[in-house]
Design a protein around this ligand. Structure first.
Ligand code: C5P
Length: 225
């Protein structure tokens, strides 16, 4: 039997990707499948946690015994995560949240006009939910975990991001063609704010998920159980 080291704990996990609408038929999106976040949800539930899974645009079945809150955009994800995080012991932001959204939502489908080039798409920044959750914890001792997909200078960028975002743990993985997105396997280094590094060799996303909980469990505040 799995050790019930998350029994009595509430964990909030974001998974999947956000879609930022441009008009009623088009959006800006990304290739996140949600598999890593769902693996985190399944493994946390197996270790005894109450799990809230804020899920964006995935095609995965709801994990048994997990509350799933479907969202579309980054702003919807923010609302859902902040609400659920109010009484959470840990928040794990595994979703690929769009950094930018179209500045303007056009209520009718954007038309192709004969002899005219299309208008450029202006973008604005989305709120950085991980940075916000880290800065304004619902209670002292709440553990916050981020994910970072990097294409180069993976560790250096990861360390800088951990400091900038202010989270406790940052799971850094290299992305590129055939790496991480959509696949059932992952490979990562988990950086901790206290300076420790935990490499997780290439393997199933469940293994990475279990390692995240192995690092989160001892960091949970004793007083809140
Ligand atoms: O800055 P970057 O997008 O690379 O950081 C990735 C981490 O930040 C992920 O954990 C992701 O869920 C989170 N994030 C967020 N809000 C954003 C963008 C990313 O919470 N607007």
């Amino acid at each position: 039997a799995t050790e019930q080291d998350l029994a009595g704990r509430h964990v909030v996990i974001s998974a999947g990707g956000t879609r930022e609408p441009l008009d009623p038929v088009r959006y800006l999106g990304n290739r996140s499948s949600g598999k890593q976040g769902y693996a985190l949800a399944r493994t946390a539930a197996a270790r005894g946690a109450r799990v809230t899974l804020v899920a964006g645009n995935t095609e995965l079945p709801d994990p048994a015994g997990v509350e799933v809150i479907p969202i579309g955009t980054a702003r919807q994800l923010r609302e859902a995560v902040l609400k659920a995080a109010a009484d959470a012991d840990a928040v794990v932001m595994a979703a690929a949240v769009a950094d930018f959204r179209p500045a303007v939502y056009t209520t009718g489908k954007i038309k192709k006009i004969e002899g005219q080039e299309p208008e450029p798409i202006a973008l604005v920044r989305n709120p950085d939910i991980l940075a916000e959750i880290s800065a304004e914890r619902a209670h002292p001792g709440q553990v916050v975990v981020g994910f970072a997909a990097e294409t180069d200078e993976v560790l250096a960028n990861g360390r800088a991001k951990l400091a900038r975002k202010g989270c406790d743990l940052l799971v850094v993985n290299e992305v590129g063609e055939h790496k991480a997105f959509g696949s059932a396997e992952n490979e990562a280094v988990i950086l901790a704010a206290d300076g420790t590094e935990t490499p997780v060799p290439y393997g199933p996303k469940e293994t990475l998920a279990e390692t995240v909980w192995d690092l989160v469990a001892p960091r949970l505040a004793e007083t809140r159980r």
